[in-house]
Ligand binder design. Sequence first.
Ligand SMILES: Cc1cc2nc3c(=O)[nH]c(=O)nc-3n(C[C@H](O)[C@H](O)[C@H](O)COP(=O)(O)O)c2cc1C
Length: 498
Amino acid sequence: MKLIRIPTLRSADEFRTQLDALGLGIPCDPSILTAPDSPLASPVPALHINGKSPGNRWCIQPMEGWDAHPDGSPSDDVLRRWRRFGESGAKLTFGGEAMAVRPDARANPNQLILSEANTGPLSRLREALVQTHTDLHGSHADLVVGFQLTHSGRFCRPNDKRRFEPRVAFRHPILDQRFAVTRDDQVFTDSELDDLIADFVRAARVAWNAGADFVDIKHCHGYLLHEFLAAHTRPGRYGGSFENRTRLLRAIVEGIRADRNPIGIAVRLSAFDFVPFTPDPALSQPGKPGPGIPADTSACLPYRFGFGVNPANPVQPDLLEAQRFAELCADLGIRLLNLSAGSPYYNPHIQRPAAYPPSDGYQPPEDPLVGVARQLQATRAIRQHLLQTRPDTRPAIIGTGYSYLQEYLPHVAQAAVRDGWTDFVGLGRMVLSYPTLPSDVLSRAALTPRLICRTFSDCTTAPRNGLPSGCYPLDDAYKARPEARVLRDIKRGNPPQP
Ligand SMILES: Cc1cc2nc3c(=O)[nH]c(=O)nc-3n(C[C@H](O)[C@H](O)[C@H](O)COP(=O)(O)O)c2cc1C
């Protein structure tokens, strides 16, 4: 595959031509509008979270840094990242970053923990974002900030960055081998799940006490609650039927309300999934992974180990259950539904389309614009479905996967909101290199090219190798860190000796 790199395109017209050449029908405006004319500048009608209505359509996606203190409280690096979220001008911060509901639920020993002891530090973290936003953008009356609640499930590494200590929903024919699941007692029992529900409820209370407007009950990226949605083969109350596979969400929401916690409730969902991918061994060389190919599933068809995937052809989305899940969210009074896809651990190209793979990834098996379009189209389909089935109670939708669009992110974002493909435009990797993109778009309809994320994937490669995440290529603070040199060596195939 010959990839046409986005920076080689000279105009929105050329970008449009490239979309057409790939057969991708996604909306794209010819030019960028400023506020108040931009569709990105106005609030979503009738959306209130904790009494506030987010003042524009930009959303900061959760972006963790693998850089909190070992007790799960924020470090200076976490504070800096959240201040930059505040600088952005985006009026919705969806989760900030993954925060573990208990210590053994962490994806790494430097993940934030929602413990009572961390209430003060987390409150100051939120305050740092709000204060920065207020200083630069005048008001926080229309700024909404939530916390993302997680159990990392199959990807738990709570004690040692290099040692998985997985807890899973079911035995998986492909992933078990890759992520150190060897025994049935690593599968959560139904009675252990009662404790887990209580942990989510308690964590939501900590979030409220720390000033969060809402909590995201995270159901994405292969982490525990997302995996439960795929627990077709699990016996008992939490597996099999759709009702059983969504029992945890219902129980957590009921628990938060029974606790008389008035906090808003949101969900981030991987709306579709594919089977795990690996580099094609025939086209790989040492230190140079080949293009991704799907795992051989011939022995496990129909594929019953994913959510939102066609069981007969598990490299095709099937949105029926995601649409049903979106209806359930509406019925539970959930006001925000953030749609993502797949998992960064086993099929990163569908989750965060990139020109350059992370160190544990593979070369793009498709033009990354195809991955962007897949997420945009799924988001549009689910939003349209809700407009038809739950017109009055539907959650507002946040779309994901825009960073690869680079120069043309604003053109697509603006058209996507105006044409009803999404309610909010979520920004992930782009905010690490270029936090003020949202305010630059709305105030001057122009970008600073040297800050645009080029999807080098260093923000993923670094944590995969035990280093904190950040934008090492473009953010001066990370360029200057000693870890930047270590990362360069890793990318050249010379990992540091233990
Ligand atoms: C370094 C890094 C950290 C991330 N941390 C989280 C996280 O804590 N929670 C989450 O739901 N998604 C996380 N994501 C996924 C992003 O929120 C987002 O879905 C993804 O990067 C695709 O959006 P983009 O194209 O704008 O980057 C992370 C992604 C990256 C690259």
